[in-house]
Design a protein. Structure first.
Length: 92
């Protein structure tokens, strides 16, 4: 079972991702746009030799490009990982 495969089977104009950044800029991506972007990222990853079972370590901000990259890597069968928010400094 691959969650990228399940997400990417939807290819219509419904909103897939919506966000608001630190500067209050809003943006959104439809499922159709998500599919096309992930397809491009996956092609680039394959061109550079990424394949099933490879591990991808990521240190990127939480942006749409990070989501595209994660879905592309997992759609190929690679293992995606990176630092999680709770690894950071504790703020009280």
């Amino acid at each position: 079972m691959n969650y990228a495969e399940n997400l990417l089977r939807i290819r219509d104009d419904r909103i897939a991702i919506m966000w608001l950044d630190e500067e209050q800029n809003e943006d959104q991506v439809t499922f159709a746009e998500l599919y096309e972007e992930v397809k491009l990222y996956a092609a680039a990853f394959r061109k550079h030799g990424l394949s099933v079972g490879d591990r991808v370590g990521c240190y990127m901000p939480l942006t749409k490009e990070t989501i595209f990259a994660m879905l592309a890597a997992t759609s190929i069968g690679a293992i995606w990982g990176g630092p999680l928010p709770y690894y950071g400094v504790q703020v009280s």
